[in-house]
Design a protein around this ligand. Structure first.
Ligand code: GDP
Ligand code: ADP
Length: 304
């Protein structure tokens, strides 16, 4: 065992190093080499980081144009105690703070914070389940609502599940250039991603998730090479078959057809930037969302 004074010396050295590192982060924010949002994202993605040990107050104070009086007012409005560190924030406090920081960020920085992520994968792997989970639990992410010519299923809500439109309206949207991409899926109906809400969300710093088929993912990558493509995989082939049958929304013949397509689709996984295995919905959703946040932090640091 080390004598206690050795531990004390080591601890005080570590404390000095942490203080210096925090000061360097604050300077970088003041000099606009690092955005305050990316400091928050790093703090939230790693409790071991220097950023995690920063006080919210110090982060706000390092933002140009915010003095002590305004910082106190902002913290009161956000419901955050003045001694709070970034790692100690509750989920709602994190969201409120992130929203505040994004609103203050310059336009170019806001746009740099946003990510377009495409989630694709074979039928019944759980794309809909994972993206619904993200919509319900990560309100910062905009889940794009596609337009389709297929009829609504029981329980589907227009404007939430899809925009259910007829062929004439779909043609009009193609003609007016309102789709980022569109495709005929399962040889049947047409599906398209409306461009307007995505452009607006990205410009304001929100990340956007598209849950579309594999041909659609390829079209998005061609139109926007900066898009991140994520391929959702089943834990095993047998589990994929079980999920398709268990869902019970297709006839036997349709199931056969989809499984044949699924084999072809699985072969496309190497074209994607990332692969996520959907064993557990919550974990898969967290992995997809984390991809958005980790990339933000790394991108901005690269510019230091
Ligand atoms: N290309 C493209 N595919 C889409 C779009 N919206 C949904 N899809 C895909 O269309 C397929 C059929 O979706 P759906 O009719 O909801 O039935 P599902 O196969 O049971 O999910 C799924 O693979 C979706 O990912 C879109 O806007 N564009
Ligand atoms: N991680 C998971 N574990 C077990 N079952 C899942 C999981 N993810 C999705 N499912 C189930 O698998 C079926 C297909 O999921 P769905 O989201 O409809 O797939 P997709 O949108 O990819 O066609 C649904 O019955 C869903 O409840």
């Amino acid at each position: 065992m080390k004598p206690p004074e050795v531990d004390r010396v080591a601890a005080s050295r570590a404390a000095v190093a942490a203080r210096r590192a925090r000061a360097a982060v604050k300077r970088a924010v003041t000099e606009r080499r690092l955005s305050a949002v990316s400091v928050l994202d790093t703090a939230l993605s790693s409790t071991e980081s220097v950023e995690a040990t920063m006080r919210v107050r110090d982060l706000l104070m390092s933002i140009p144009g915010l003095g002590p009086v305004r910082v106190d007012r902002v913290m009161e409005r956000l419901g955050i105690a003045s001694s709070k560190r970034l790692s100690g924030l509750g989920v709602h406090q994190q969201q409120r703070l992130r929203e505040f920081l994004l609103k203050r960020a310059p336009q170019v920085e806001r746009a740099a914070q946003s990510r377009l992520v495409v989630l694709a994968g074979p039928t019944a792997v759980g794309k809909g389940t994972v993206s619904t989970y993200i919509r319900e639990n990560y309100p910062d992410v905009l889940l794009s609502v596609s337009a389709t010519t297929r009829a609504p299923r029981p329980g589907e809500v227009d404007g939430v599940s899809y925009y259910f439109i007829d062929d004439a309206e779909f043609d009009r949207m193609i003609d007016e250039g309102e789709f980022l991409e569109w495709a005929v899926v399962h040889n049947k109906s047409r599906y398209g991603t409306p461009r307007g809400p995505i452009d607006a969300a990205l410009a304001s710093g929100r990340s956007v998730l598209l849950e579309i088929d594999i041909q659609g993912a390829r079209l998005v990558k061609a139109a926007m090479p900066e898009a991140t493509l994520v391929f959702l995989l089943p834990p095993t082939w047998e589990e994929l078959v079980r999920r398709l049958i268990g869902r019970g929304t297709e006839t036997l013949e349709e199931q056969e057809r989809r499984l044949t397509t699924a084999r072809v689709e699985l072969a496309a996984q190497d074209e994607f930037d990332h692969r996520v295995v959907n064993r557990d919905v919550q974990a898969a959703a967290a992995e997809v969302v984390e991809l958005m946040q980790i990339q933000k932090a790394i991108d901005l640091r690269g510019k230091e």
